[in-house]
Write a protein that binds this ligand. Structure first.
Ligand code: SAH
Length: 213
């Protein structure tokens, strides 16, 4: 299988027609080898228009969802970004292409360790992954220009909006355990501005300010 061709097709057929148009986001999606973030048996399907299992009952998000959430963060290259839910590490690699420093938190150790390895093999030096409950954020590294939550929450955790810079963007799927709305939050001087982006289905965010086990 020609992975480079499959990746360009993914961008041309799944992302551009659905309205993803930020050139930096599109070029990161054309560049990062998504197939290396899934197990070998699934590599031929890595550029398909769907989420895929990554073990531990978790998934790597659909390419369109990764692109949409990334675009919503409005990254120009100088930002410090926090990701909750490292999973495979793919979204973290996309963010690494587009920002100065990525901090990513994963609660399942085996996933975090594997993601760290792939990120290292690919040569990214600006990604820091820790094993922890991400609903608490990463206090020592705050405040962030962007926060992306790649698991679904019952509500927007205040712990996370507190760690957002003024003018910073947060994207998070909020709803029930089975169905959510992707929400973009911008922190302004006079409060949080919330915009719904799309309907979606993510695995649950489990932790102090997420769902129970
Ligand atoms: N961004 C990932 C998608 C991961 S799926 C990728 O690109 O592959 C969501 C991930 O969130 C799962 O790996 C799950 O274990 C993790 N997760 C759920 N609750 C969490 C929490 N409280 N803190 C950190 N990670 C969490």
């Amino acid at each position: 299988m020609n992975f480079d061709a499959a990746r360009n097709r993914m961008v041309d057929e799944q992302l551009i027609p659905r309205g993803i148009n930020e050139p930096r986001v599109l070029s990161a999606m054309r560049k990062v080898p998504r197939h290396l973030f899934v197990e070998e048996a699934l590599q031929d399907r890595a550029y398909g228009d769907y989420a895929l299992p990554i073990g531990e009952k978790q998934t790597i998000s659909q390419p369109y969802m990764v692109a949409l959430m990334t675009e919503a963060l409005e990254l120009s290259g100088s930002e410090i970004v926090l990701e909750i839910g490292t999973g495979s590490g793919y979204q973290a690699a996309i963010l690494a292409e587009l920002s100065r420093q990525v901090y990513s938190i994963e609660r399942i150790a085996s996933l975090a360790l594997r993601a760290r390895k792939v990120i290292e093999v690919l040569g990214y030096k600006n990604v820091d992954i820790k094993i922890y409950d991400g609903t608490l954020g990463w206090e020592e590294k705050a405040p962030f220009d962007g926060i992306i939550v790649t698991a679904s929450a019952p509500d927007i955790p205040k712990s996370l909006t507190d760690q957002l810079k003024l003018g910073g963007r947060l994207v998070i799927p909020v709803g029930t355990r089975h169905f959510q709305t992707l929400i973009k939050v911008v922190k302004k001087k006079d409060g949080l501005v919330k915009m719904p982006l799309t309907e979606c289905v993510f695995v649950p965010l489990i932790g102090a300010y997420g769902w129970g086990e």
